[in-house]
Design a protein around this ligand. Structure first.
Ligand SMILES: [Zn+2]
Length: 442
């Protein structure tokens, strides 16, 4: 083989490949953007001159995390309006703030802040749905993360799309502009919800997505109120309504899916719809508890997302994993529900699959892209180590991540950023937040 460019040496490797146990004293060799070889204990690696070596002794090596749903630029509104009902929070606080303060410049800096936070907590792939997505894509390119970036589609005036009749034109043009720009960036569409997008908008958005072989994201049955509105309008619950419109397939990503009845879970499973669970957002907005255990039993594929920063208020997927596992247990009164290994799959391999990126990322396997994180275990709150999956889900936090590699490129080494100027980004966001702060009405 050709000599590697990067070596991650002597750690406990969680490949996240189905059925594989942790591999102790493993070394991962990376050539260019790909994983070239995995050496296990006892396999002496040859000396490679010139390769960068990351020491993973007493560390976990695992796939970078996949944040399967978010609105990255909403870091700008972190903590602006908390402890409110969803509808009031969205229509009285967030939508007005977005209308007033979002523009390509503010979105760019807000996204960079989110990217810094996500890299610092081990996320390497992000699914984002928002507005001014050209600015979002430029910021993701700068940050070096892998991303599915979707133009937000909503049937009323939106940031950057004042005329809602043009929402799909704007979306399609965004896809065309970014379809072949970078192997790390995949464009797409994100329909806000069944109550803010008409049936026709949803159907046309799906047609455009399928034409480009891209998934379509949709907030689905997030609140009881939303379900009631759909029933009132269509005479059907949301999932049968989507089925009636011909929108259920592997191309659809249903986000939240909190309020589903048994029949809806069956229909979603039958149509292989990917579901993204956002437990902290659902808890904070008191939307409810998604029936994760039942969905998994029916064979649905689930990923994990932080949702936007204004409804969480963090982008740390380690916290999200811990919450997902515990919420599943408390909602079923069953401590066996959603074990640590399963929740780690949601945050890695299953999330990648839902986004259509399973060939590239989500596991550590020879031939896949090198999207990897390490966690330093030499800390009191991570000792001793009995079960690596449990330690990662229940004890670790994003702050314990040491190194982050995306596409073979080291983005964070020993918690130092290699390409981003954190001070500059924080100063820019501080400037923007001062303007938001002075307007007390939002
Ligand atoms: Zn969302």
């Amino acid at each position: 083989m050709l000599p590697p460019d990067l070596i991650i040496e002597d750690g406990t490797l969680l490949t996240m490949v189905e059925g594989e146990r942790p591999i102790h004293h493993a070394t991962v060799l990376i050539q260019g953007d790909k994983i070239a070889d995995i050496l296990s204990a006892g396999e002496k690696r040859p000396y490679f001159k010139g390769a960068e070596v990351l020491d993973a002794k007493d560390s976990i090596i695992m796939p970078g995390l996949v944040n399967a749903h978010g609105h990255t630029a909403m870091t700008l509104f972190r903590g602006l309006a908390d402890d409110l009902p969803l509808k009031q929070w969205l229509f009285e606080k967030i939508f007005p703030a977005e209308a007033k303060y979002l523009n390509p410049e503010t979105v760019y800096w807000g996204v960079l802040l989110g990217c810094i936070e996500m890299i610092a907590s081990g996320t390497t792939t992000v699914s984002d749905g928002y507005f001014y997505q050209d600015a979002t894509a430029r910021a993701f390119q700068k940050a070096g993360l892998r991303a599915l970036l979707a133009q937000g589609v909503i049937d009323f005036p939106a940031p950057g799309v004042p005329d809602p009749t043009q929402n799909l034109v704007v979306g399609k043009e965004f896809i065309e502009r970014w379809a072949n720009v970078s192997e790390l960036i995949r464009p797409g569409l994100f329909c806000h919800s069944l109550t803010t997008c008409s049936d026709r908008t949803l159907q046309e958005a799906m047609k455009i997505s399928e034409d480009f072989s891209l998934p379509l994201q949709l907030h689905l049955s997030e609140t009881q109120e939303e379900v009631g509105e759909v029933i009132h309008r269509s005479g059907k619950r949301p999932v049968p309504h989507l089925d009636h419109l011909g929108l259920l397939s592997e191309s659809l990503i249903g986000v939240h899916a909190v309020h589903l009845d048994d029949e809806e879970i069956e229909i979603l499973a039958r149509n292989k719809v990917g579901i993204v669970h956002c437990p902290q957002s659902n808890m904070k907005l008191a939307s409810g508890m998604a029936r994760v255990t039942e969905m998994l039993k029916k064979g649905l594929l689930l990923g994990l997302g932080t949702d936007g920063c204004a409804s969480n208020n963090t982008l740390d997927l380690f916290k999200e994993m811990d919450t997902a596992a515990k919420l599943a247990k408390v909602s079923t009164l069953d401590p066996v529900s959603l074990g640590a290994a399963t929740v780690l799959k949601m945050a890695t391999v299953w999330g990648a699959k839902i986004l259509g990126l399973e060939k590239e990322t989500g596991t550590i396997e020879v031939g896949k892209k090198a999207d990897i994180l390490t966690v330093d275990l030499r800390k009191p709150h991570l000792a001793p180590l009995y079960h690596a999956f449990s330690t990662m889900v229940y004890s670790a936090s994003g702050a314990d991540v040491k190194d982050v590699i995306v596409n073979g490129r080291v983005l964070m080494k020993d918690r130092n950023f290699t390409g981003l100027d954190v001070e500059e980004v924080m100063a820019k966001v501080q400037e923007i937040s001062e303007k938001i702060r002075t307007n007390a009405t939002v």
